[in-house]
Design a protein around this ligand. Structure first.
Ligand code: MN
Ligand code: MN
Length: 297
């Protein structure tokens, strides 16, 4: 960005507001992740709190268990409860389409070092962010910290830029050292999200799918599919949504129709391919003249 970037401008204020709401909701929600508690109750608690505090969920609360790394969220009438597991919560807020994205891992599996590895990696990454830093340098910090714990970073998941009504834009922020990367500039809004694992360090798509997003807006004949599409284009636009957010009756069937006609696409749950544990920690930040401002502390 050029000299004209005004970090006090309205869009940045909305990013900050989204971040403030999200920091509070993350803390309150993490406290509710106890053995025996319901996934659905925790997700709905977080999503309701976001709305009460004046934001909107930017995507369904992701509750990923053990080898799951991302894209898991409770289905309609989901009856799963937390066990003695590693639980990643990934939560997003937007204010008028300006986003904040954060994640925290709650460990009930007895593997606290794996959580510390991704937390410390994120702090090391944030420490090197300033105008001119290459994304590969950020990745190198993440990799070094996680490697120091004797774990592996998940290398095929990355941080990302946050656009207006867009959860993932460039640049990618890798979780390992890469030689070719983008350069961050003042005014960039990015999410950095190290994932650490005691497995090999790659995720692969599972069979489960509960999160969707609009792909091609086009007319559909089925009444329920049409109702669902109207809500999607009005309320979520191109941001991800959950089946349980749809107000039409027989939402699962409506969604199958929208998917089969390529109006929406799904996000399959991503799992560590060796079936090992995954921890995650994420913050959103704004690159400033002197470094960066973390919006989700
Ligand atoms: Mn996230
Ligand atoms: Mn993210």
């Amino acid at each position: 960005m050029d000299d004209a970037v005004d970090l006090e401008g309205e869009q940045y204020e909305k990013h900050r507001e989204a971040g403030r709401i999200l920091a509070q909701v993350r803390a309150e929600t993490a406290d509710r992740v106890e053995v025996g508690a319901s996934h659905l109750a925790v997700a709905e608690y977080a999503e309701d709190r976001i709305r009460e505090l004046g934001g909107k969920p930017a995507f369904p609360v992701n509750i990923s268990i053990d080898e799951e790394a991302a894209h898991a969220t409770p289905g309609i009438d989901d009856d799963a409860t937390f066990g003695e597991e590693m639980i990643n919560l990934d939560i997003g807020v937007h204010v008028d389409g300006w986003l904040a994205d954060t994640a925290i891992t709650v460990d009930h599996s007895g593997t606290p070092e794996l959580v510390e590895a991704s937390e410390e990696a994120l702090e090391a990454a944030i420490d090197v962010v300033e105008p001119g830093v290459e994304t590969g340098e950020i990745g190198a910090e993440i990799e070094a910290v996680i490697d120091g714990y004797g774990y592996n970073p998940v290398v095929n998941l990355t941080g990302h830029g946050l656009g207006h009504w867009e959860q993932h834009t460039g640049p990618n922020i890798p979780n390992r050292a890469v030689s070719q990367g983008a350069t961050l500039e003042v005014g960039d809004v990015v999410a950095i999200e190290p994932f650490a694992t005691d497995g090999g360090g790659k995720v692969t798509e599972g069979a489960k799918e509960e999160i969707y997003a609009l792909e091609n807006e086009r007319s559909v004949r089925d009444r329920r599919a049409r109702q669902a599409l109207a809500q999607i284009t009005e309320e979520f636009r191109t941001l991800p949504f959950a089946t349980r957010w749809l107000e039409t009756d027989r939402a699962e069937m409506a969604l199958r129709r929208l998917k089969s006609s390529n109006v929406v696409h799904g996000y399959p749950v991503l799992k560590e391919e060796d079936g090992r544990l995954v921890s995650q920690k994420e913050h959103t930040l704004i690159v400033t003249e002197s470094g960066c401002e973390v919006t989700t502390r």
